[in-house]
Design a protein around this ligand. Structure first.
Ligand SMILES: [Zn+2]
Length: 322
């Protein structure tokens, strides 16, 4: 677990939370909301650590006993609540809250971090509201959600709400550089992620999909007009097919950029620029535009209720030059 100061981005939120800690004006309930994968839970855990730190001044000090414990993930006053099956049930809230009352000593805080808070059942949300109506000194709830519209307005109105936005490409790239292993691959995944480090890491895990799409395009160029193209066997369902078309679209966008500008720093798939250059020399500009338009049409058809194989075939035939 990290400290608030180590988080990338979200500058205003970090400043505001640190300010509340320093002035000791901490609210009883917080709601961290915003798109998936941008660091809401990470921020919630960092804030929880700062709240529990006995030596800090607006953030975890990293030297006190509390910080040592929370760093290892085993602080007795930090309680994580996450869905049990599809929902967060009243039983879960009661268990953890009752337990907390019995173990609470002295003036320390008790912090409850509720993941996917939109999954609280109505009963759980009502019991939660009751807790907020009679707040216990030192108890802080941090609710985390991608979908605040599903949280009852009665709950929302009692929380201090912070909206987390997507991060800049640079920040996402910095967050995932170590996992990516190279700055170039980190850049590529940061661009494709649209500002979400969580999504970037997922893409990194699935970067085989991107490479597969590139291999297909390269092999179609080599075998141009000689063999009927076949979609890769790994493409099983609609989502696979959509992802495959997405990767092809992003790739041919890069090919178009090479053809029109020759500037490799503008590429999304900068780590594969040599392969992309091969594609750029194999097609003329009109063909690339044609492929991009067909890819767009294919994506639209896949989103509708069409035969997936037919939709993919027309795109692959176009790329193969038929
Ligand atoms: Zn500390």
């Amino acid at each position: 677990m990290t400290a608030l100061r180590e988080l990338r981005g979200h500058e205003k939120i970090k400043t505001s939370l640190a300010g509340a800690l320093v002035s000791n004006r901490v609210s009883h309930a917080y709601l961290f909301y915003g798109p998936p994968g941008v660091g809401k839970k990470t921020a919630g855990l960092a804030f929880a650590r700062a709240l529990l730190c006995s030596g800090g001044d607006g953030d975890a000090c990293e030297v006190c006993d509390d910080c040592t414990r929370s760093k290892r993930g085993g602080h007795p006053d930090l309680h994580l609540i996450r869905p049990d099956g599809a929902s967060i049930k009243i039983r879960q809230l009661r268990e953890v809250c009752d337990g907390a009352v019995f173990t609470s000593f002295g003036e320390g805080r008790q912090v409850f971090l509720v993941e996917q808070a939109e999954r609280m059942t109505t009963e759980a949300a009502n019991s939660f509201l009751k807790t907020l109506e009679e707040p216990v000194a030192g108890v802080v709830f941090i609710l985390v959600t991608d979908d605040p519209a599903r949280i009852p307005s009665t709950v929302l109105s009692r929380c201090l709400c912070y909206r987390f936005n997507n991060l800049s490409r640079e920040d996402v790239a910095k967050v995932i550089t170590q996992e990516a292993g190279s700055a170039e691959l980190a850049h590529t995944m940061a661009v494709l992620s649209g500002g979400s480090p969580g999504r970037a890491l997922a893409l990194l895990g699935g970067s085989a999909g991107r490479d597969r799409a590139l291999e297909v395009a390269l092999s179609l160029v080599v075998n141009s007009r000689r063999a009927m193209p076949v979609p890769p066997e790994e493409i099983a369902g609609r989502e696979d097919a959509q992802e495959f078309v997405n990767y092809l679209t992003v790739m041919f966008r890069d090919v178009m950029i090479i053809q029109q500008t020759g500037l490799s720093e503008l590429l999304i798939n900068i780590d594969r620029r040599d392969d992309l250059a091969k594609l750029a020399s194999a097609y003329d500009r009109r063909e690339v535009l044609d492929i991009l338009l067909t890819a767009e049409e294919t994506a639209r058809r896949l989103a509708g209720n069409v035969n997936q194989r037919l939709a993919l075939d027309s795109l692959l035939l176009k790329i193969a030059g038929f």
